[in-house]
Design a binder for this molecule. Structure first.
Ligand SMILES: [Zn+2]
Ligand SMILES: [Zn+2]
Length: 255
């Protein structure tokens, strides 16, 4: 199982970081989680085969996590020859189907008749889903927006958890406990702490509760780039920490 952090940025344009998106490759499953602005081009920059993505999961409906959804849908139809024929599985919170039809209102109904089937599965918090080939997806509610969810992807005895955007949440730490990679948002410095995002100290506390093999941090707003993220996380969590960049990836052997 491989995790690639495709986009590690936020709503704030920042050199070198496009908005949120992360890819999990395992067996026949190529799962893209979130799809913010710049992601389609970043996939190409990184020489990632965007053509063969099989699943697209959305954590919540903020623009920095969804606006390249139409870009990618159109790329599959008009950006390759021959056009995509393989089905696409979309997964998201309740409201994902409505989100797609709202995009179609803007871009035209052609967005939903691109010549390949799109299935949309809306998950309630706590739900789980078999994606294919023994790859298992689970979700849990996180404190950010009403619909916001974290995802857990499990395959071959390995587990990757992606928090999406979240505030501090003890239940999330327990839910993620023992995962191989905890990919957590790290939005703001302590001086700007709010209930719906994490600071480096709060990421450290989350790491201490979850005890992941690797705590990978993403979703850095510019003010947090100015503080000693690694040092602040280390006051709470003594495990391996990675400050993810666009294109960082980690392979997990099956066990
Ligand atoms: Zn965000
Ligand atoms: Zn958000």
């Amino acid at each position: 199982m491989r995790l690639t952090t495709v986009g590690t940025g936020t709503a704030a344009p920042w050199p070198g970081r496009v908005q949120s998106s992360h890819l999990v490759d395992t067996g026949s499953v190529r799962l893209l989680m979130d799809c913010g602005s710049g992601v389609a081009t970043r996939l190409a920059d990184l020489r990632i085969e965007w053509q063969t993505i099989t699943h697209l999961a959305i954590t919540h409906f903020h623009a920095d996590h969804i606006v390249d959804l139409p870009t990618l849908l159109y790329a599959w139809r008009y950006g390759q020859l021959p056009p995509r024929s393989e089905p696409l599985d979309m997964i998201g919170p309740a409201g994902t189907l409505q989100l797609l039809s709202r995009f179609a209102t803007i871009f035209g109904d052609g967005l939903l008749s691109l010549g390949f089937p799109i299935s949309v599965r809306e998950l309630a918090p706590g739900a789980s889903l078999d994606l294919a080939d023994g790859v298992h997806l689970r979700c849990t509610k996180v404190p950010h927006t009403d619909e916001s969810m974290a995802y857990s992807v499990e395959a071959g005895g390995r587990r990757i958890v992606y928090t999406g955007d979240t505030g501090p949440d003890e239940a999330l730490g327990a839910w993620a406990n023992g995962c191989d990679i905890l990919l957590a948002e790290c939005s703001l410095p302590e001086t700007m702490a709010i209930a719906t995002h994490l600071t480096p100290h709060q990421c450290g506390a989350l790491g201490a509760a979850a005890r992941p093999g690797v705590l990978a941090l993403t979703h850095f707003y510019p003010p947090v780039e100015a503080v000693d993220i690694r040092g602040e996380v280390a006051t709470r969590f003594d495990g391996r920490v990675v400050l993810a960049t666009d294109g960082w990836s980690l392979d997990l052997e099956e066990r």
